[in-house]
Write a protein that binds this ligand. Structure first.
Ligand code: NAP
Length: 288
Protein backbone atom coordinates (compact mmCIF):
# COMPACT_ATOMS: atom_id res chain seq x y z
CA UNK A 1 0.00 0.00 0.00
CA UNK A 2 1.54 3.34 -0.99
CA UNK A 3 1.85 5.66 2.05
CA UNK A 4 -0.44 8.69 2.06
CA UNK A 5 -1.15 11.52 4.48
CA UNK A 6 -3.32 9.11 6.50
CA UNK A 7 -0.77 6.32 6.83
CA UNK A 8 -0.01 5.30 10.43
CA UNK A 9 3.71 5.62 11.21
CA UNK A 10 5.50 3.07 13.40
CA UNK A 11 9.20 2.95 14.14
CA UNK A 12 12.22 1.61 15.95
CA UNK A 13 13.99 4.17 18.16
CA UNK A 14 17.65 3.56 18.98
CA UNK A 15 21.18 3.69 17.66
CA UNK A 16 22.71 1.88 15.86
CA UNK A 17 19.63 0.40 14.17
CA UNK A 18 20.50 0.32 10.48
CA UNK A 19 21.07 -3.47 10.73
CA UNK A 20 17.68 -4.12 12.37
CA UNK A 21 15.28 -6.69 10.88
CA UNK A 22 12.28 -5.08 12.64
CA UNK A 23 11.29 -2.81 9.69
CA UNK A 24 11.26 -5.88 7.38
CA UNK A 25 9.12 -7.92 9.81
CA UNK A 26 6.62 -5.15 10.55
CA UNK A 27 6.22 -3.94 6.94
CA UNK A 28 5.69 -7.59 5.91
CA UNK A 29 2.93 -7.90 8.56
CA UNK A 30 1.32 -4.63 7.44
CA UNK A 31 1.31 -5.79 3.80
CA UNK A 32 -0.02 -9.27 4.68
CA UNK A 33 -2.89 -7.76 6.65
CA UNK A 34 -3.53 -4.85 4.26
CA UNK A 35 -2.94 -2.19 6.89
CA UNK A 36 -2.34 1.42 5.92
CA UNK A 37 0.82 1.67 8.02
CA UNK A 38 4.58 1.91 7.62
CA UNK A 39 7.47 1.02 9.98
CA UNK A 40 10.75 2.93 9.78
CA UNK A 41 14.08 3.16 11.62
CA UNK A 42 14.27 6.30 13.79
CA UNK A 43 17.89 6.78 14.92
CA UNK A 44 18.11 8.46 18.33
CA UNK A 45 21.35 8.74 20.32
CA UNK A 46 21.60 6.88 23.66
CA UNK A 47 21.54 10.20 25.57
CA UNK A 48 18.33 11.43 23.86
CA UNK A 49 16.48 11.15 27.18
CA UNK A 50 13.09 9.66 27.97
CA UNK A 51 11.27 13.00 28.15
CA UNK A 52 12.38 14.02 24.64
CA UNK A 53 11.37 10.64 23.21
CA UNK A 54 7.94 10.69 24.87
CA UNK A 55 7.33 14.23 23.56
CA UNK A 56 8.48 13.22 20.07
CA UNK A 57 6.12 10.22 19.93
CA UNK A 58 3.16 12.39 20.92
CA UNK A 59 4.09 15.46 18.88
CA UNK A 60 4.86 13.59 15.67
CA UNK A 61 1.71 11.51 16.00
CA UNK A 62 3.55 8.19 15.83
CA UNK A 63 1.22 5.20 16.21
CA UNK A 64 3.71 3.07 18.14
CA UNK A 65 7.44 2.51 18.52
CA UNK A 66 9.86 -0.19 19.53
CA UNK A 67 12.77 0.95 21.67
CA UNK A 68 16.33 -0.33 22.06
CA UNK A 69 18.59 0.19 25.09
CA UNK A 70 18.96 2.57 26.95
CA UNK A 71 15.59 4.01 25.90
CA UNK A 72 13.74 0.94 27.27
CA UNK A 73 14.11 2.25 30.82
CA UNK A 74 14.75 5.97 30.22
CA UNK A 75 11.22 6.48 28.91
CA UNK A 76 9.47 4.74 31.85
CA UNK A 77 8.74 7.87 33.98
CA UNK A 78 7.06 9.56 31.01
CA UNK A 79 4.56 6.81 30.19
CA UNK A 80 0.89 6.94 31.18
CA UNK A 81 0.37 3.20 31.61
CA UNK A 82 2.41 0.03 31.86
CA UNK A 83 1.37 -3.53 30.97
CA UNK A 84 1.90 -6.29 33.55
CA UNK A 85 4.82 -7.67 31.51
CA UNK A 86 6.50 -4.24 31.44
CA UNK A 87 6.02 -3.92 35.20
CA UNK A 88 7.56 -7.34 35.77
CA UNK A 89 10.59 -6.59 33.56
CA UNK A 90 10.96 -2.98 34.71
CA UNK A 91 11.40 -1.93 31.08
CA UNK A 92 9.41 -1.42 27.87
CA UNK A 93 10.30 -2.42 24.32
CA UNK A 94 7.03 -1.20 22.77
CA UNK A 95 5.08 2.03 23.32
CA UNK A 96 1.72 2.81 21.72
CA UNK A 97 0.21 6.26 21.55
CA UNK A 98 -3.57 6.06 21.99
CA UNK A 99 -5.51 9.34 22.18
CA UNK A 100 -2.32 11.10 23.29
CA UNK A 101 -1.66 8.56 26.08
CA UNK A 102 1.55 6.53 26.00
CA UNK A 103 1.03 2.85 26.83
CA UNK A 104 4.19 0.85 27.54
CA UNK A 105 4.53 -2.89 27.04
CA UNK A 106 7.33 -5.44 27.05
CA UNK A 107 7.12 -8.29 24.55
CA UNK A 108 10.78 -9.40 24.86
CA UNK A 109 10.09 -11.89 27.67
CA UNK A 110 6.80 -13.08 26.15
CA UNK A 111 8.49 -13.34 22.74
CA UNK A 112 11.23 -15.47 24.26
CA UNK A 113 8.71 -17.78 25.96
CA UNK A 114 6.68 -18.13 22.77
CA UNK A 115 9.82 -18.91 20.74
CA UNK A 116 10.83 -21.58 23.29
CA UNK A 117 7.44 -23.17 23.03
CA UNK A 118 7.30 -23.03 19.21
CA UNK A 119 10.87 -24.25 18.62
CA UNK A 120 11.20 -26.84 21.38
CA UNK A 121 7.87 -27.21 23.17
CA UNK A 122 9.62 -26.58 26.48
CA UNK A 123 7.34 -26.05 29.49
CA UNK A 124 9.42 -24.10 32.00
CA UNK A 125 7.35 -24.87 35.08
CA UNK A 126 9.59 -26.51 37.71
CA UNK A 127 12.63 -26.32 35.39
CA UNK A 128 16.06 -25.05 36.39
CA UNK A 129 17.22 -22.17 34.24
CA UNK A 130 20.42 -20.14 33.95
CA UNK A 131 20.69 -16.71 32.35
CA UNK A 132 24.01 -15.27 31.21
CA UNK A 133 23.83 -11.49 31.68
CA UNK A 134 21.74 -9.13 33.79
CA UNK A 135 20.90 -6.32 31.36
CA UNK A 136 17.50 -5.36 29.97
CA UNK A 137 16.95 -8.51 27.91
CA UNK A 138 18.09 -10.75 30.79
CA UNK A 139 15.62 -9.06 33.13
CA UNK A 140 12.73 -9.48 30.69
CA UNK A 141 13.52 -13.17 30.11
CA UNK A 142 14.13 -13.83 33.83
CA UNK A 143 10.84 -12.16 34.76
CA UNK A 144 8.81 -14.36 32.41
CA UNK A 145 10.66 -17.56 33.39
CA UNK A 146 10.03 -16.94 37.09
CA UNK A 147 6.45 -15.81 36.44
CA UNK A 148 5.85 -19.05 34.50
CA UNK A 149 6.90 -21.15 37.48
CA UNK A 150 10.52 -22.05 36.77
CA UNK A 151 12.05 -23.68 39.87
CA UNK A 152 15.27 -21.71 39.52
CA UNK A 153 16.28 -18.63 37.52
CA UNK A 154 19.95 -17.82 38.11
CA UNK A 155 21.45 -14.70 36.58
CA UNK A 156 25.23 -14.92 36.05
CA UNK A 157 26.78 -11.56 35.26
CA UNK A 158 30.22 -9.98 34.83
CA UNK A 159 29.25 -7.04 37.07
CA UNK A 160 28.04 -8.61 40.34
CA UNK A 161 26.24 -5.49 41.57
CA UNK A 162 24.09 -5.32 38.43
CA UNK A 163 22.97 -8.95 38.84
CA UNK A 164 22.22 -8.34 42.52
CA UNK A 165 20.15 -5.24 41.67
CA UNK A 166 18.28 -7.13 38.93
CA UNK A 167 17.28 -9.85 41.40
CA UNK A 168 16.21 -7.28 44.02
CA UNK A 169 14.05 -5.42 41.46
CA UNK A 170 12.59 -8.58 39.93
CA UNK A 171 11.70 -10.03 43.35
CA UNK A 172 9.91 -6.79 44.23
CA UNK A 173 7.94 -6.94 40.98
CA UNK A 174 7.18 -10.69 41.03
CA UNK A 175 6.07 -11.37 44.59
CA UNK A 176 6.20 -15.07 45.52
CA UNK A 177 7.35 -16.12 42.00
CA UNK A 178 10.51 -14.08 42.68
CA UNK A 179 11.71 -16.76 45.11
CA UNK A 180 13.09 -18.70 42.12
CA UNK A 181 15.62 -15.94 41.41
CA UNK A 182 19.30 -16.05 42.36
CA UNK A 183 22.51 -14.57 41.00
CA UNK A 184 26.21 -15.31 40.63
CA UNK A 185 29.28 -14.30 38.72
CA UNK A 186 29.83 -14.97 35.03
CA UNK A 187 32.85 -17.25 35.40
CA UNK A 188 33.64 -20.72 34.06
CA UNK A 189 33.40 -22.19 37.57
CA UNK A 190 30.01 -20.76 38.51
CA UNK A 191 28.69 -21.57 35.02
CA UNK A 192 29.83 -25.19 35.42
CA UNK A 193 28.16 -25.47 38.85
CA UNK A 194 24.84 -24.01 37.71
CA UNK A 195 24.66 -25.38 34.16
CA UNK A 196 25.31 -28.99 35.25
CA UNK A 197 21.77 -29.11 36.71
CA UNK A 198 20.08 -26.77 34.23
CA UNK A 199 17.29 -27.56 31.77
CA UNK A 200 17.78 -24.27 29.94
CA UNK A 201 20.63 -21.77 29.51
CA UNK A 202 19.95 -18.42 27.84
CA UNK A 203 22.78 -16.17 26.67
CA UNK A 204 21.48 -12.62 27.17
CA UNK A 205 24.89 -10.92 27.08
CA UNK A 206 25.83 -8.73 24.13
CA UNK A 207 28.54 -9.75 21.65
CA UNK A 208 31.35 -8.54 23.95
CA UNK A 209 31.11 -11.64 26.14
CA UNK A 210 31.86 -14.06 23.29
CA UNK A 211 35.47 -14.78 24.35
CA UNK A 212 34.48 -15.40 27.96
CA UNK A 213 31.58 -17.74 27.11
CA UNK A 214 33.64 -19.62 24.54
CA UNK A 215 35.89 -20.57 27.47
CA UNK A 216 33.03 -22.37 29.27
CA UNK A 217 32.89 -26.17 29.16
CA UNK A 218 30.53 -27.11 26.28
CA UNK A 219 30.00 -30.63 27.68
CA UNK A 220 28.47 -29.50 30.98
CA UNK A 221 24.87 -29.14 29.77
CA UNK A 222 22.88 -32.35 29.78
CA UNK A 223 21.85 -33.76 26.40
CA UNK A 224 18.17 -32.93 26.88
CA UNK A 225 18.78 -29.29 27.89
CA UNK A 226 18.14 -26.26 25.67
CA UNK A 227 20.89 -23.74 24.84
CA UNK A 228 19.41 -20.42 23.74
CA UNK A 229 21.22 -17.31 22.47
CA UNK A 230 19.35 -14.03 22.00
CA UNK A 231 21.90 -12.52 19.62
CA UNK A 232 20.30 -13.35 16.27
CA UNK A 233 22.61 -10.82 14.58
CA UNK A 234 25.78 -12.65 15.70
CA UNK A 235 27.24 -14.91 12.99
CA UNK A 236 29.53 -16.63 15.55
CA UNK A 237 27.46 -16.99 18.74
CA UNK A 238 29.56 -18.59 21.49
CA UNK A 239 29.11 -22.36 22.04
CA UNK A 240 26.04 -22.51 19.78
CA UNK A 241 27.64 -24.70 17.12
CA UNK A 242 29.31 -26.92 19.74
CA UNK A 243 25.94 -27.55 21.36
CA UNK A 244 24.39 -28.26 17.96
CA UNK A 245 27.20 -30.72 17.27
CA UNK A 246 26.25 -32.48 20.54
CA UNK A 247 22.62 -32.66 19.25
CA UNK A 248 21.34 -30.39 21.99
CA UNK A 249 18.24 -28.31 21.33
CA UNK A 250 19.33 -24.76 20.47
CA UNK A 251 17.90 -21.35 19.61
CA UNK A 252 19.66 -18.42 17.91
CA UNK A 253 17.32 -15.53 18.82
CA UNK A 254 15.69 -15.12 15.41
CA UNK A 255 12.40 -16.80 16.38
CA UNK A 256 12.35 -14.65 19.54
CA UNK A 257 12.78 -11.51 17.42
CA UNK A 258 9.83 -12.58 15.26
CA UNK A 259 7.69 -13.53 18.28
CA UNK A 260 8.27 -10.25 20.16
CA UNK A 261 7.27 -8.37 16.98
CA UNK A 262 4.17 -10.54 16.42
CA UNK A 263 3.04 -10.06 20.04
CA UNK A 264 3.41 -6.26 19.67
CA UNK A 265 1.66 -6.34 16.29
CA UNK A 266 -1.31 -8.09 17.90
CA UNK A 267 -1.75 -5.06 20.18
CA UNK A 268 -2.39 -2.83 17.15
CA UNK A 269 -4.32 -5.24 14.95
CA UNK A 270 -7.04 -7.89 15.20
CA UNK A 271 -4.93 -10.21 13.05
CA UNK A 272 -3.21 -13.21 14.61
CA UNK A 273 -0.21 -13.92 12.35
CA UNK A 274 1.61 -17.25 12.70
CA UNK A 275 5.19 -16.45 13.86
CA UNK A 276 6.44 -19.59 12.06
CA UNK A 277 5.38 -18.20 8.69
CA UNK A 278 7.16 -14.88 9.33
CA UNK A 279 10.20 -16.82 10.57
CA UNK A 280 10.26 -18.95 7.40
CA UNK A 281 10.07 -15.86 5.20
CA UNK A 282 12.95 -14.26 7.11
CA UNK A 283 15.04 -17.42 7.03
CA UNK A 284 14.53 -17.82 3.29
CA UNK A 285 15.78 -14.25 2.84
CA UNK A 286 12.47 -12.94 1.46
CA UNK A 287 12.25 -10.16 4.04
CA UNK A 288 15.91 -9.08 4.34
P1 NAP B 1 22.32 -4.58 27.98
O1 NAP B 1 21.22 -4.12 28.87
O2 NAP B 1 23.35 -3.59 27.54
O3 NAP B 1 23.06 -5.79 28.74
C1 NAP B 1 24.25 -6.32 28.21
C2 NAP B 1 24.68 -7.52 29.05
O4 NAP B 1 25.86 -8.09 28.42
C3 NAP B 1 25.08 -7.19 30.49
O5 NAP B 1 24.76 -8.27 31.33
C4 NAP B 1 26.61 -7.03 30.38
O6 NAP B 1 27.29 -7.29 31.58
C5 NAP B 1 26.92 -8.13 29.39
N1 NAP B 1 28.20 -7.89 28.71
C6 NAP B 1 28.45 -6.97 27.74
N2 NAP B 1 29.74 -7.04 27.36
C7 NAP B 1 30.31 -8.02 28.11
C8 NAP B 1 31.61 -8.56 28.17
N3 NAP B 1 32.61 -8.10 27.41
N4 NAP B 1 31.84 -9.58 29.04
C9 NAP B 1 30.85 -10.05 29.84
N5 NAP B 1 29.57 -9.57 29.82
C10 NAP B 1 29.32 -8.57 28.97
O7 NAP B 1 21.74 -5.22 26.64
P2 NAP B 1 20.33 -6.00 26.45
O8 NAP B 1 19.27 -5.07 26.06
O9 NAP B 1 20.13 -6.87 27.63
O10 NAP B 1 20.64 -6.89 25.15
C11 NAP B 1 21.54 -7.99 25.22
C12 NAP B 1 21.58 -8.66 23.85
O11 NAP B 1 20.33 -9.29 23.61
C13 NAP B 1 21.83 -7.69 22.70
O12 NAP B 1 22.89 -8.16 21.91
C14 NAP B 1 20.52 -7.67 21.93
O13 NAP B 1 20.70 -7.54 20.53
C15 NAP B 1 19.91 -9.02 22.27
N6 NAP B 1 18.43 -9.01 22.22
C16 NAP B 1 17.80 -9.83 21.33
C17 NAP B 1 16.42 -9.86 21.26
C18 NAP B 1 15.71 -10.78 20.30
O14 NAP B 1 14.54 -10.54 20.00
N7 NAP B 1 16.36 -11.83 19.81
C19 NAP B 1 15.65 -9.02 22.10
C20 NAP B 1 16.31 -8.18 23.00
C21 NAP B 1 17.72 -8.18 23.05
P3 NAP B 1 27.69 -6.09 32.59
O15 NAP B 1 26.45 -5.83 33.41
O16 NAP B 1 28.81 -6.63 33.36
O17 NAP B 1 28.07 -4.90 31.73
Amino acid sequence: MTPTGRTAVFGLIGQPIAHSLSPSIWNHLFAEHQMDAVYVALPAPPDAGGAALATSIRTLGLAAVNLTIPHKTAILPYLDELSDAARRAGAVNFVRCVDGRLLGDNTDGGGFMLSLSLEHGLIVKDRRTVILGAGGAARAVAAELAYSGAAEVVLLNRTAERAHQAVVDLRAALGSAGRALAHGSLTADSYARRAAKADLVVNCTGGGARGLINGFDPTILSSDAVWSDLNYWDDRPPLLQLHRDRQLKTQDGLMMLVCQAVLAFQAVSDARPDPRQVFDALNKGWLR
